[in-house]
Ligand binder design. Structure first.
Ligand code: UD1
Ligand code: PEP
Length: 420
């Protein structure tokens, strides 16, 4: 079984370049199903999730050529509308094929999607929205079956919560619908804006992405396009925290600081300095003071991202005092707590709240990456810990961090991946 071994308490230095965003590239790859033409994507990260979604597209009949960081997709021969269970149960984002396939072919069959076990993650908003666009939906033991009689019809859709995935699915479905769709209480994440930019490059008419009201005027057909994926704000934030917890000075390049404002604010509040340049951020910690405790409440964008909660918690394990974390997005996103405790962290959980009372030292231990961001949190903790930490269940980390070992080694970390 493969493990990562980290020897802690090394100071990091130098630069690390951020890859394209996992959460932007997945819906954008799926969006290419809306056209028969060729689409070219640049800055596509080499991730297990990207491999999985491209296999889903190929299983539907698409031609996918994925060389380096460029992906060329041709959808002329897409004919199937059923996604195989083996892929869908691996990855949450596979639910996004519903919108494009319904819009282009009038039907789609999908088993219930998998992904990290961070919550129940229902898809009611996706389904309700598709019904409002005219689809008929039937659920049985094989999964979800959706059909439309002819073209979908534009409609007003109000999302009970600003779901990222539902906003993306409905936005894609509405591009080929007859008439105007308004998505109210839409998610405002940068990845939504990136998807809207791709759709508009394909000839769609999507306005207001990045605000809570998105207006889509349906068009008859979409054509091929080229698009460069935005940098991964969560990967960037994870490296900044690795720099801060090891009291290092590191520069994170190919990133957009504006997408990470709440994380940068909290880092500064904790005593770290973040210098923002065009497309780069440098974190630096001067002096030997303990980290100041800061409270974190996860919220939809532009609030503090849930995908950075566990990494920030790892950082707070060494604070001088108590930091309160409130997780408002997912009901089971404290799985890293038990693992951090094995490293000596003092954390109490009460429902949606975790109270982290910092200790002066963390210790290396044998831990597991219980989900993607939990894995990142454990690496961050391990970099600062005394002794050696062994991290297992790496398939979660492989979903979302490109060349993790290579990038940390470049920063001077003592980190290896071994087969034990
Ligand atoms: C591939 C991808 O982009 N994943 C991201 C996406 O996940 P994902 O799109 O799955 O997350 P959502 O924004 O949909 O989920 C937010 C909340 O809405 C709830 N909900 C969602 C849909 C629905 O039909 N009904 C419902 O109740 C969820 O249970 C959750 O409590 O946004 C999350 C929130 O920023 C991130 O943590 C994930 O990294
Ligand atoms: C939860 C995440 O991803 P997914 O929605 O793909 O499970 C994540 O990126 O932290």
């Amino acid at each position: 079984m493969e493990k990562i071994i980290v020897s802690g308490q090394q100071t990091l230095s130098g630069e690390v370049a951020i890859s394209g965003a996992k959460n932007a590239v997945l819906p954008i790859i799926v969006a290419t199903l809306l056209t028969e033409d060729r689409c070219t994507l640049y800055d596509v990260p080499r991730l297990a999730d990207v491999q999985t979604i491209s296999e889903v597209l190929q299983s539907l009949g698409a031609k996918v050529d994925y060389q380096g960081h460029t992906m060329v997709i041709e959808g002329a021969e897409v004919s199937k509308t059923e996604a195989p269970y083996e892929y869908v149960q691996k990855m949450r984002a596979s639910v996004l094929i519903m919108g494009p396939l319904l819009a282009r072919f009038g039907r789609v069959n999908l088993s219930m999607p998998g992904g990290c076990a961070i919550g129940t993650r229902p898809i009611d908003l996706h389904l309700k929205g598709l019904e409002l666009l005219g689809a008929t939906i039937h659920i049985d033991e094989d999964g979800v079956h959706a059909e439309s009689n002819g073209r979908l019809h534009g409609n007003d859709i109000f999302l009970r919560v600003p779901s990222v995935g539902a906003t993306e699915n409905l936005m894609m479905a509405a591009t080929l619908a007859d008439g105007v769709t308004r998505i109210e209480n839409a998610a405002e994440e940068p990845e939504i804006v990136d998807l809207a930019n791709m759709l508009n490059a394909m000839g769609a008419d999507v306005r207001g992405a990045g605000t809570s009201m998105i207006r889509i005027t349906g068009v008859d057909r979409l054509h091929g396009a080229s698009h460069t994926i935005i940098p991964d704000r969560i990967e960037a934030g994870s490296y900044l925290l690795a720099g801060a917890i090891t009291k290092s000075r590191i520069k994170v390049t190919n990133c957009i600081a504006d997408h990470l404002r709440p994380v940068l604010d909290k880092l500064e509040e904790s005593g770290a300095k973040v210098i923002v340049d065009a497309e780069a951020m440098t974190v630096e910690v001067i002096g030997g003071d303990r980290i100041r405790p800061v409270n974190i409440k996860t919220l939809p964008y532009p609030g503090f991202p849930t995908d950075m909660q566990s990494q920030f918690m790892a950082y707070m394990c060494l604070a001088e005092g108590t930091a309160n974390f409130t997780e408002t997005i997912f009901e089971n996103r404290f799985m890293h707590v038990d693992e951090l405790r094995k490293m000596g962290a003092n954390i109490q959980i009460d429902g949606k709240n975790a109270f982290v009372t910092g200790t002066p030292v963390l210790y290396g231990a044998d831990v597991k990456a219980t989900d993607l961001r939990a894995g990142a949190a454990l690496i961050i903790a391990a970099l600062a810990a005394e002794g050696e930490t062994t991290i297992g269940q790496l398939h979660h980390l492989d979903r979302g961090y490109e060349d993790l070992i290579g990038k940390f080694k470049q920063l001077g970390a003592k980190i290896e991946r071994v087969d034990q």
